[in-house]
Structures are given as structure tokens and as C-alpha cells.
Design a binder for this molecule. Structure first.
Ligand code: 9WN
Length: 467
């Protein structure tokens, strides 16, 4: 499917430059996040990319999602990477020969013909599918786009809500930092500290061929990522067993995206002639569970819940204040403890329109307060607490601002009637994306580009904000 520039974008315009990034990262069936660093298809990247592509070519946007969903496993999981067989194995680590999806993932129903990873990423897909449909409902209906996507998206949500409810409180858990998508967030430091790293000589990182080492996770982080993924693989990618024992976290952004996507799935069901009311009701119950398990009223934001914190002895709860018992569980909420690190993930639930008013108000105050500094000390939302000990404005998810979280918060602010703040954030996102050559992430205070340039979701979400 070709991109039609109609009316044509003026030369040098942000529209055209963003479109050119997406054009050069298109492989024919999907879009790579960036040519050098990430030469395959990534799950949540594709969802954000489709949201932008729909303005250039609704057909290409549908194809992007269809290619990803075609790699879905029989148990419902949508893999975080779909590998391109024509890319050399050593171009990205971990490669297909590490994940061994078609053999190690056989019991979980991995596809036979395409190689994938065995972990997942945040479920932005139903939301993306609904937005893509709305860009050209005629084309979507003629191709049966939603009718074909719906059963796959429903199975995906079923997997997350059942197999991944490891805490028993209705929320989905992630079993690897790569699943949550913010790989080296300081939120993972405590849960990862319990994991014995794989020896550095047992693998070779390919990311350092493309990115500056000081902008990327450390070798020690990688050792732990490899250990967790190896254990999960060697357990046949089965959930709820000892193989997933090492790391299990309920994350606010992951679950907020699941809720937003559940609402989108209700709209899709309705469009297909069914009633979406059961899904809307489920999304509301999930919102209540999110508040019950992850909201901290004293801090005015959501936190991650470390389900394995109990395993760590007397200080395992690592509670920060008197609101938690000695085991770290707050207000009788069973299972693990909140992780006392402020991540942008804890603000993302602002996306949800049905969030209680006082919670939305508190999130806006936190966003504009000293820890995130929006409109004061930062021009974009940092991925992590400006005042946190681990804050580093250049190192990946430990401080830099990312455009996907910025886009989600812009939407959240608008949803909750914060028009001025939303307009200001929109302006800052557009200006920074353009000035940074559509960087992967930037210094949140200065906008200085970090990581890859010509990054697909930065370009795609720029296009969406321009429309
Ligand atoms: C591991 C592709 C992905 C994003 C993630 C980001 C980064 C991969 C990596 O790149 O993760 O999945 O190799 O570091 O953290 O959010 O989806 O853009």
C-alpha cells in the first residue's frame, strides 16, 4: 500500500519529514522502529506507528496491525518482537535463536512459520485498531478489518486478564522489564536485584553497535534481562509457574493501556453489531482494581506493585511511610508491595476518562509539580522523577522524555479538560520532535536528542498531533 500525499505536504514541512521517516522505515508489511538499532517489528511500536500511519495511508496502518496479529500465539499472547527473516541474526540481540519460539513455545502455541520473541508488550493494539478504523471506515468495512482483528484482540486481552493475573487482583502482570516497555526504569532496580545475572560472556549485545553506551542500559541490566528471559523460555513460556517466579510486577501504564484498549474493544464490538456493554463494564472494574492496588493518595500518583517483594524478608515491603504495614502491603491489599519510585508510568492512567475526578486532579498536580516539572523545569515529561536519586537525563528510561508517553499524557490532559496544559505539551512535543530529527528520546529539560534518530513512533505520533 502506497502513501498518497494528497494534498501534497510542502517541502521541509514537519508533515513531510515525519512521513519520510515512516516511509524509509517501512519494510513492505510493517515498520521497523529504527533501521539500525531495531531492525524487526515491535509490538507496542506498531500500535503507535499505526495511529500515525492512518493519516498517510489507512491501508498501510491496517496492514501494520495485521502483520503483528498474524504472529499471535494460540494462547492469545501477541509477541513483543516479530522477526524479519531477511535480517542477519547478529543485527539485534536477543535474536530468534535465543527465543526459539517455534520449539520452546510449542506448548503455548507459537506460530510455526514466523519467528517471534516469547514475551509481550503493553496492549495498545485495540485502541490503535479502533483509531485506524475511524480514519477510513469505508475501507475498513470493505476489507473486514475489524471483523478479522476482533477475535485476535479479544484473545489477546483474555490472555492478559487470565494467564497474567498473577497477583489475583484482576490486573495483568509483566514478567520481564522488556514487557512493560521501559526497560531500565529505576522501578525495576529492586525487583531485578533479586535476579542472578547471566554471565556477560554468555551473550553479545548488538545495541552498542548503534547507540552510545551511556544512553543505554548497563551490562549488569542486560545480564538480568537475559537470565529472566532464559528461565521463561526454558519453562516453555508457561505462565503462573515457577518459571515466571523471578519477576512479576503490576504496572500502572501497562494496565491503563489495557483498560483504554478494553473500552476500544467495546466500541469495535458495537461497530460489528454486538453489544459492547460487558466490555465497558469490565473496563470499569479494571479501573477500580487499578486504583485499589496501585494508587497512592499521599503521593498523588500510581506506583508499580512488586508481587515478589514479600520474598525479601523483613524490609521486603520497603514501605516509605506509615500507610503500609510492615509487610509493605497498603490498606490490606494483598500481594507484594508498591515500589517507591516515581515513573512516568504512574501518570499514564490520566488517559482514562472515567478516572475519579480527584485522582485526575492529583495526577495533573504531580505532573506540574517538582518531580516532573512540566511547564516549569522541563519542556517534556521525564520518564523518571527529576528529584529521584537514580535520575539521569540521558540514560534511556531513567530520565529522558519519550514521545509515546508524551502523546498519552497530552490525550489525558485534554480528556480531563486541561486544555491549556494539553496545548502547551502538544506544542513542545511537535517542536522537539522536529528539532531532534524525530529522536527516540530526548533530555527532558533541553530537548537534546538521545538514542536513535528517525525513530518511527516519534514521527507517527507527530503526524497524529498535527491532525
Ligand atoms: C527491547 C523498540 C523497543 C521499544 C521499547 C524500548 C526498546 C528494546 C531494546 O526498544 O526496547 O524490547 O532493545 O532496548 O525500551 O519500549 O518498544 O523501539
Amino acid at each position: 500500500p502506497a502513501i498518497a500525499y494528497d494534498p501534497p505536504f510542502p517541502a521541509g514541512s514537519p508533515h513531510l519529514r515525519a512521513a519520510q521517516v515512516l516511509e524509509s522505515n517501512w519494510t513492505g508489511t510493517s515498520t521497523v522502529p529504527s533501521r539500525g538499532l531495531y531492525p524487526h517489528q515491535w509490538s507496542w511500536d506498531s500500535a503507535f506507528i499505526a495511529i500515525g500511519l492512518r493519516h498517510l495511508s489507512p491501508l498501510r496502518a491496517q496492514t501494520e496491525l495485521e502483520t503483528l496479529l498474524a504472529a499471535q500465539w494460540a494462547d492469545g499472547r501477541v509477541p513483543h518482537i516479530v522477526f524479519n527473516p531477511s535480517v542477519p541474526l547478529d543485527a539485534y540481540f536477543p535474536s530468534p535463536d535465543f527465543w526459539r519460539s517455534s520449539t520452546a513455545g510449542r506448548a503455548a502455541g507459537a506460530p510455526r512459520t514466523v519467528q517471534t520473541s516469547g514475551i509481550v508488550q503493553p496492549p495498545v493494539h485495540a485502541l490503535a485498531a479502533w483509531l485506524v478504523h475511524r480514519a477510513d471506515p469505508g475501507l475498513s468495512r470493505a476489507r473486514g478489518f475489524l471483523a478479522r482483528a476482533y477475535p485476535r484482540l479479544a484473545a489477546w486481552h483474555r490472555y492478559l486478564l487470565h494467564r497474567r493475573d498473577l497477583g489475583g487482583g484482576s490486573l495483568a502482570s509483566v514478567v520481564h522489564p522488556w514487557e512493560q516497555g521501559m526497560d531500565n526504569s529505576p522501578c525495576w532496580d529492586a525487583p531485578l536485584a533479586r535476579i542472578t545475572p547471566a554471565p556477560a560472556r554468555s551473550f553479545r549485545r548488538a545495541d552498542l553497535d548503534h547507540g552510545a553506551a551511556e544512553d543505554r542500559p548497563t551490562d549488569l541490566d542486560y545480564g538480568r534481562y537475559v537470565r529472566l528471559a532464559t528461565d521463561y523460555r526454558d519453562g516453555g513460556y508457561a505462565d503462573g509457574t515457577d518459571a515466571t517466579g523471578g519477576f512479576a510486577v503490576e504496572d500502572p501504564a501497562f494496565n491503563a493501556l489495557l483498560i483504554a484498549s478494553e473500552h476500544a474493544l467495546a466500541e469495535i464490538a458495537h461497530e460489528l453489531g454486538a453489544t459492547g456493554s460487558a466490555r465497558h463494564a469490565r473496563a470499569e472494574r479494571l479501573t477500580a482494581a487499578l486504583v485499589e492496588r496501585l494508587w497512592d493518595p499521599a503521593e498523588g500518583m500510581f506506583f508499580c506493585r512488586d508481587l515478589r517483594a514479600d520474598a525479601r524478608g523483613p524490609d521486603g515491603g520497603h514501605g516509605r511511610d506509615g500507610t503500609r504495614g510492615p509487610d509493605g502491603a497498603r490498606g490490606g491489599v494483598p500481594g507484594g508491595a508498591l515500589i517507591p519510585e516515581r515513573s512516568v508510568s504512574g501518570l499514564v492512567p490520566l488517559l482514562l476518562p472515567e478516572l475519579p475526578r480527584e485522582i485526575a486532579g492529583a495526577l495533573v498536580a504531580t505532573l506540574a509539580g517538582p518531580h516532573f516539572g512540566l511547564g516549569r523545569t522541563t519542556r517534556l515529561v521525564p520518564s523518571y522523577d527529576l528529584l529521584g536519586e537514580a535520575f539521569d537525563p540521558h540514560r534511556y528510561w531513567r530520565g529522558p522524555a519519550w514521545f509515546n508517553t508524551g502523546w498519552l499524557l497530552e490525550r489525558g490532559l485534554r480528556t480531563h479538560g486541561e486544555r491549556e496544559r494539553a496545548d502547551a505539551l502538544r506544542e513542545a512535543l511537535l517542536r522537539t520532535a522536529e528539532e531532534s530529527d524525530f529522536a527516540e528520546y530526548v533530555d527532558p529539560r533541553t530537548g537534546e536528542p538521545c538514542g536513535a534518530l528517525g525513530f518511527s513512533w516519534t514521527a507517527a505520533l507527530t503526524l497524529d498531533l498535527l491532525h
